[in-house]
Design a protein around this ligand. Structure first.
Ligand code: UD1
Ligand code: MG
Length: 430
């Protein structure tokens, strides 16, 4: 059995943000969610070490995950990554240490760490740009020690093999050696990385697990965050395309990690699929946004906005149509409409410019529209209102009273024509 400790107590100053580093968003999830999900895929003993802005991070974790424990680092007396691991109380013999600011580490890589049996395993990669990382000093293919950039000599700074920052230790080794880590370094911190030279000196086995620089990147700044999101988006869209979902001009499309697709779907350029959206056998056309909604057997857009809690089934949504908490089943809404807090049934046609007036400045109200209703262009439906089946509403109507089945509803002022007025007003040759 495996314990996982996630280090997330650092101040994250380089983010230059009021928001705790690990609560920044990446593909629609908080950074800390990724290591927690990876940890939960291998362990039922997951602990997150917190200190800076602890309450905010703890509240998010409590709300989003079951069975994850938050522990507080003694940051004043034991600052640094070794101090972070000292705060944890792992249950099991094998302890995987993940990093709150490394969201791209996959469950597969976490499993590789979990399966190690030696006293200490570190994760490494070779990089063209090692600056900022701890350098891995090796001799004869063996890891000797890790030296932090701030403590490295000019020679050591040239090493291009770096410590990625996730580890696997035996609990026995940690309990024997963590307490021996000192803080005699440039930052006066207790470095977890010093465990490596301690292990080597004491003839313990240390191994290196090679990984891909792309998935092992750490996030320290907003530039890192957007670089990581770009990588992550690429992975999401590649995976979808491999599963038969067409993504047109994928670099322009944004898809949250928790969105799901089923059956043959297409997503055109510039579209965004956000939150826990579920897209089934549908086409999302260019520059449309779908947020936390379900789309089944439908086509959306171009340039439509499907806002949260919409359920669009077997429906055509055209350009400049906005929905919110709208359940549409077998409907055509082709142009320029706002359909909010509405239920609309089969065979109904929503004319261009139809607005559900769902808000009176204080409260929101429902609109219900039955089957085979034809709503003429530029109609306002003042909610609460219920339109039964088989109703025809004339263009330009403001509907405030529930009609009866079979009605034609018209509310317009009568048209007046004054013969020849144009020429009187502008003259004959205008
Ligand atoms: C660390 C490693 C470095 C490695 C790099 C990879 C050490 C000493 N150095 O450096 O070798 O190349 O990660 O990204 O470990 N944290 C705490 N408590 C603390 C300090 C940090 O929980 O007192 C947490 C942070 O929140 C963060 C993680 O530990 O999630 C790493 O800390 P950070 O300050 O980013 O370390 P680096 O300087 O990146
Ligand atoms: Mg870091």
């Amino acid at each position: 059995m495996i314990s996982v400790v996630i280090m997330a107590a650092g101040a994250g100053t380089r983010m230059k943000s009021q928001t705790p580093k690990v609560l920044h968003m990446l593909s629609g999830r908080r950074l800390i969610d990724y290591p927690i999900l990876a940890a939960q895929s291998v362990s039922d003993d997951v602990q997150v070490v917190l200190f800076h802005q602890r309450e905010q991070v703890e509240a998010h974790i409590a709300k989003s995950f079951d069975g994850v424990r938050c522990v507080c680092q003694d940051h004043e007396n034991l600052p640094g990554t070794a101090g972070a691991v000292m705060a944890a109380k792992p249950k099991y013999d094998r302890v995987v240490v993940l990093n709150g600011d490394m969201p791209l580490v996959t469950p597969e890589f976490t499993r590789l760490l979990a399966n190690r049996t030696e006293e200490a395993a570190i994760s490494v990669f070779a990089t063209a740009n090692p600056s900022g990382y701890g350098r891995v000093v090796m001799s004869k293919d063996r890891v000797r020690r890790i030296v932090e950039e701030k403590d490295a000599s000019e020679e050591e700074k040239k090493i291009n093999i770096v410590n990625a920052g996730v580890y696997s230790f035996s609990k026995q080794f940690l309990s024997e050696f963590l307490k021996k880590v000192e803080n005699s370094n440039e930052q006066k911190e207790f470095y977890l990385t010093d465990l490596i030279s301690l292990a080597v000196k004491n003839k313990k086995t240390v191994s290196a697990l090679w990984g891909d620089e792309l998935i092992l990147m750490g996030i320290n700044s907003k530039a890192d965050l957007s670089a990581a999101e770009r990588i992550h988006q690429g992975l999401i869209k590649n995976d979808l395309m491999n599963r038969g979902i067409l993504v047109r001009m994928p670099e322009t499309v944004f898809i949250d990690a928790s969105a799901t697709f089923e059956g043959e779907c297409a997503v055109e350029n510039g579209a965004m699929i956000l939150g826990q959206s579920r897209i089934v056998r549908s086409v999302i056309k260019a520059h449309s946004i779908v947020e936390d909604s379900i789309i089944v057997d439908s086509d959306i857009g171009p340039m439509a906005h499907i806002r949260p809690n919409s359920e669009i089934i077997n429906t055509h949504i055209g350009n400049f149509v906005e929905t919110k908490k709208a359940k549409l089943n077998g409907v055509k809404a082709g142009h320029l409409s706002y359909l909010g807090d509405a239920t609309i049934d089969e065979g109904t046609n929503i004319g261009a410019g139809t607005i559900t007036c769902n808000y009176n400045g204080k409260n929101k109200y429902q609109t219900t529209i039955g089957k085979n209703v034809f709503i003429g262009s530029d109609t306002q439906l003042v909610a609460p209102i219920a339109i039964p089946d088989n109703v025809l509403i004339g263009a330009g109507s403001t509907v405030v009273k529930d009609p009866k089945e079979g009605d034609l509803v018209l509310s317009r002022s009568e048209q007046k024509s004054i013969a020849g007025f144009f020429f009187k007003f502008f003259g004959k040759h205008k």
